[in-house]
Design a binder for this molecule. Sequence first.
Ligand code: BEZ
Length: 194
Amino acid sequence: MTAHITANTITINQQMDAFDGHHSVWLFGYGSLIYKADFPYLERRPASISAWTRRFWQGSHDHRGTPEAPGRVVTLIEQAGAVCHGMAYLITPEVFAHLDHREKNGYLRLPITITFNDGSDKQGLVYIAMPDNAAYLGAASEQEIARHIARSAGPSGPNADYLNLLANALRELGQADAHIFEIEQHLALLAPSE
Ligand code: BEZ
């Protein structure tokens, strides 16, 4: 399949103008943003988005793998009726420059409705790696994904650390995610290089 979107999405994200003129913007995090907030924020609240589900279907060339041996990280897949739980951050627009660089491997910023645990909602943004990006890997069984994660590592460390940090962060939020927890169980049974 032809990949239409370059693996480096910094320029495309800089052209995203949905919140131009706003002093602050809500950002929904569903992956590493849940447990790694290496940026300043005004407020942080557990939240969810509807009709998207979290999947380890995106390749990582720059954090948990390399261009020659990409790791697997999460993206969101559209699914009617699904709810994806995560963490929302209220940030100032300058912070996007840092995040666009951190998440440059195929992720685009898209507008989304973010629902907080009290039922209120706000318009905000989310980074999603779409199936037409060059680093996309697509579906595999949870066992295959666990095997892939077990043998992958990149500049940010072992791919297994990313999975385990995410699973622990979801447990801390009190949110079960069958896909993530099933991969975690398979991974726990594997030696690091399998
Ligand atoms: C997130 O945690 O929301 C996130 C995951 C992958 C890329 C960018 C953001």
